[in-house]
Design a protein around this ligand. Structure first.
Ligand code: DUC
Ligand code: ZN
Ligand code: ZN
Length: 473
């Protein structure tokens, strides 16, 4: 057997197993798993020595925002070039980005825009979730079913943000379309009316600092919306994904829905494990760096999110990378944002730091094992969003999307090493143990020792329907 590449002497880690094996790669795919493959390598075979390293599936970040319209005068800090570059630096071989439907826009047109934004610019593989903001009968009856057939098999709806949020009847109609077509619906759960009320009250009282972003988006607003989304899904009888869960009460809603027999997936993110609302209360406007929704909460909420990762309430650990520059009139400190938190764009960067933070805080500190790490960061994303077993595992026949991890590498996080478009990281100065030192995307080395070594290797990935929807593969 001939190989283009052999990864030799490493320890392979999948979502279920950890074993010593070489990995033989040909034409972008894994074709052999066995010890001693380098002995039978041909003269042209590249041998990558992985002694002392873990050989893991590349990370799949199924929740990132890139080049997304973000309100008048506000510009997202990453396009598909810088966003996927940063993804590669952090050990990810694929990202799923959101394709935002503008009001009145046909879904195909939105997708054409996003394919245009991504074309030729991606350094890791990319796929899209639709964001449905205008669920007309035409969109739900014709456009969405056709797109699902074409491999766009997931979508997101918002319960918050004027202009994006759907009313309950619109959510029900969208869920019903998803049920008929086998699409998987992700829901952003926060009660918009409660938030509007609280923002109004705060502003009347002159409470405008960044920290009030957190107090106007309380746990109760997230818990109520989570409960409502789950109830609507139960009524329609369709599975959903509850994204970016920040606290115990919302998490318990997922647990209870599962006990009732609902098929639900849950997601949490690094910001809910290592940040708190206190970070929004730094001097001056520094707190704006941490403004995201739902907001980071408190220590008991962090503990709850860890518990959810350990016990399986959460299937997905995603970044919710949503990057805005801090010291920039088109970013966090835009003119209106400097005056009141209401206008600070919501979102923080995190596509490069997701995996190192979970490895260091989760695996190294003994909260989760290596296999759970792989499940939470790669395999479950591939399964849930219809890319498995092509992606998300190390198996014969799978794409050779592989991250080599040095479990002992110590690293202090600094903004410049992350190579994203923002002028800060919320995790500046954090001490990390364990680091992705090399990344292969379909067999090509794309990142090595913190540098991108192959530009533009990323491809668009069409997806099958999610097995959670009951669709047969
Ligand atoms: N929701 C997200 O999923 N990302 C960033 C902003 C938001 O509200
Ligand atoms: Zn959201
Ligand atoms: Zn998001």
């Amino acid at each position: 057997m001939t190989f283009d590449t052999v990864i030799a002497n490493g320890t392979v880690v999948t979502a279920s197993d950890t074993f010593r094996s070489d990995v033989g790669i040909r034409e972008g795919r894994i074709v052999a798993l066995a010890e001693g493959l380098s002995a039978s390598a041909g003269p042209d075979t590249e041998i990558i020595d992985a002694t002392g390293l873990y050989v893991m599936p590349g990370g799949i970040d199924s929740h990132v925002h890139l080049d997304q319209p973000s309100g008048e005068g506000i510009v997202m800090a990453d396009d598909f070039d810088s966003g996927t570059r940063s993804a590669a630096i952090g050990g990810n071989s694929a990202v799923l980005a959101f394709c935002m439907q503008e009001k009145g826009q046909p879904l195909r047109e939105a997708l054409k825009d996003y394919h245009g934004k991504a074309e030729g610019k991606c350094h890791v593989d990319v796929s899209f979730h639709m964001v449905i903001t205008d669920p007309t009968p035409e969109v739900l009856g014709q456009e969405l079913p056709a797109l699902v057939e074409d491999g766009y098999t997931s979508l997101k709806v918002f319960m918050t943000y004027e202009g994006l949020r759907l009313r309950d009847d619109e959510i029900l109609a969208t869920l019903d379309s998803a049920r008929r077509t086998g699409a998987l619906v992700m829901v952003h759960c926060e009660n918009e009316d409660a938030i509007r009320y609280l923002i109004g009250r705060h502003e009347e009282e002159g409470l405008t600092a960044p920290k009030y972003h957190a107090t106007t988006r309380p746990v109760a607003a997230e818990r109520e919306a989570t409960h409502r989304a789950l109830s609507l899904a139960e009524i329609v009888d369709v599975p959903i994904v509850i994204v970016h869960v920040s606290n115990r009460e919302a998490m318990e809603e997922i647990r209870r829905a599962r006990v009732r027999g609902q098929k639900i997936a849950g997601e949490t993110c690094p910001q809910y494990l290592v940040l708190t609302a206190d970070d929004l209360d730094l001097d001056g406007l520094e707190g704006a760096k941490f403004v995201c929704s739902p907001p980071p909460r408190d220590k008991p909420s962090q503990d709850a999110c860890w518990e959810g990762l350990e016990q399986g309430v959460f299937d997905l650990f995603s970044s919710d990378h949503c990057p805005f520059r801090f010291d920039d009139p088109e970013g966090k400190l835009n003119e209106k944002g400097k005056r009141t938190f209401r206008w600070i764009p919501n979102g923080i960067p995190g596509v490069a730091t997701r995996l190192p933070i979970l490895f260091s805080e989760g695996v190294v500190k003994g909260r989760i094992d290596l296999n759970r790490f792989v499940a939470l960061t790669s395999t479950n994303h591939a399964k849930l969003y219809g890319m498995y077993p092509q992606k998300g595992t190390i198996a014969v026949g799978a794409d050779a999307d592989i991250a080599l991890w040095d479990p002992r590498r110590q690293q202090v996080l600094t903004n410049d090493m992350l190579q994203h478009g923002t002028d800060y990281t919320p995790y500046e100065g954090m001490e990390i143990t364990g680091w992705p030192v090399r990344l292969l995307v379909r067999g090509k080395t794309v990142m090595s020792e913190g540098a991108l070594v192959d530009e533009g290797a990323g491809r668009y990935v069409p997806r099958a329907r999610s097995p959670l929807t009951g669709s047969r593969v």
